[in-house]
Design a protein around this ligand. Sequence first.
Ligand code: GRF
Length: 210
Amino acid sequence: MAKTKIAVMVSGGGTNLQALMDQEKAGNIPSGEIDLVIASNDKAYALQRAAKYNKKTAVIKRKDYADQDAFDAAIVKTLRDNGIEMVILAGYLSILGQGVISAYKDRIINIHPSLIPSFCGKGFYGLKVHEAALAKGVKVTGATVHFVNEIPDGGKIILQKAVEVEDGDTPEVLQRRVMEQAEWILLPKAAEMVAHQIQEEKRHESERIS
Ligand code: GRF
């Protein structure tokens, strides 16, 4: 059965993309292959990481499009032109509209740096998530991988992993611990789970029509 073709969408440093590519290289995502990296801006260091691993890249900037629908259509066209079957949002900061979500229903996953439903939804991204966790004084935080739907961070939860908050943590120190102990472990695992599930669905479909 052909591997599930995966696109990873990025905006920043790309440490989650790096974890995905390293796990793919180590043979730990056997059901999928990362065929495309799409960045929301051309300054994203994630693009340099992708280039080092000879991954095809594309930059699709929201400000280049008149409205959300045109932006969505450009993303869907790029995904379809590359035969992409599954999308991973890895630190991706642009809003994906209904055009993309419905084209890839239950095929888009996202990593969020908290234990959803805490510290998630509109305005909770990057360091802001960890600032809120520290302000609240939680003793445990973590990361969540979930399916993407029309509600920010609202889709079905796939995997979660808890991480201890330690005395004296700054948002930066906590972010790094959540990345190392949760995000970089969960996202490759979830990628394999969903890529395998898609392979199974394709297998059942081919058996059904054969
Ligand atoms: C980080 O805040 C991470 O927790 C979240 O997106 C941001 C950038 O991650 N998932 P990356 O280094 O670009 O993967």
